[in-house]
Design a protein around this ligand. Structure first.
Ligand code: OOG
Ligand code: NI
Length: 265
């Protein structure tokens, strides 16, 4: 049976909380006072024809999602798009891709060799968006990628899965501001990503965001195991536009810092 929005997000969540056990704990903590609504999830990929942003997006387009904003991250050599569904309860989707033609020859070769290991048209599989690392990669390759692009290294290690889920802070009954959520998280012992400040964005840009630092988990490589940053949890508070509707886009300067939630540390 093809996925519904609910079954797809549920399958992605089940995979995600294995990569980010903190998210499961935080979810339980916040859920105490009511249901948690997801603002968005995010995916990463290489801009190769087999697995580019548009290919990943097909899964969401098939469920009625529409392409919305575009974002460029010059220094990180990324391009991204976000997708929304007409149903207001469906989470938004943020998909980025690494622009390989701007990367070194060696990084391009690694990316191509990883993607070449996927089975033909793997991207079309019902399970692709929570399939994880479906290729063989060595610890040396992971570490070499990290020198050039943390994003590429993360993708090589974790493959295709939700990189983060995001709590819709507007819908949390017991918190009126993101800062109070952050305080509660820190009190409970969850370290937050401080890159660009604990809260990225502002009411002026209509979006405030914060995120945990990615949980470090053991990942199997062909030649051994490394304990490395996996997935993280994000928190987003949206503000109304002039027409009274909440801003539904992203803010590139803030997103640039959210990416760093998975950096080595
Ligand atoms: C995506 C980072 C951007 C946001 O909410 O601005 C983002 C990523 O880390 O893959 O999710
Ligand atoms: Ni995000």
């Amino acid at each position: 049976m093809p996925h519904t929005i609910a079954s797809l997000f549920d399958a992605m969540w089940q995979d995600y909380i294995v990569q980010c056990p903190s998210a499961d704990k935080i979810h339980q903590l916040l859920e105490h006072d009511g249901e948690i609504i997801n603002d968005h999830v995010a995916f990463r990929t290489f801009n190769l024809p087999e697995v580019g942003l548009d290919k990943l997006a097909q899964h969401f387009i098939a469920l009625g999602y529409e392409a919305k904003g575009e974002y460029a991250f010059k220094q990180k050599k990324l391009f991204a798009r976000h997708f929304e569904h007409p149903s207001p309860t469906a989470p938004k989707v943020f998909i980025s891709e690494l622009l390989l033609e701007q990367c070194s020859d060696s990084l391009q070769q690694v990316a191509k060799s990883l993607v070449a290991q996927l089975k033909v048209d793997a991207v079309a599989d019902k399970d692709f968006l929570y399939s994880g690392q479906q290729w063989q990669v060595s610890t040396a390759t992971y570490q070499a990628l990290q020198q050039e692009s943390e994003y590429a290294a993360w993708l090589a290690a974790f493959g295709y899965r939700a990189n983060h889920f995001t709590v819709n802070v507007n819908q949390l009954p017991q918190f009126s501001h993101l800062g109070d959520v952050n305080t509660a998280l820190k009190q409970a012992g969850f370290p937050l990503n401080q890159a660009g400040g604990e809260i990225k964005g502002s009411p002026q840009v209509l979006l405030e965001q914060s995120s945990t630092l990615a949980d470090k988990i053991n990942v199997n490589f062909v030649d051994g195991v490394l304990q490395i940053p996996a997935c993280f949890y994000e928190f987003a508070q949206r503000y109304p536009m002039a027409d009274g509707n909440l801003y539904s886009g992203f803010v590139a300067a803030s997103a640039d810092k959210i990416f760093e939630s998975t950096d080595a540390r």
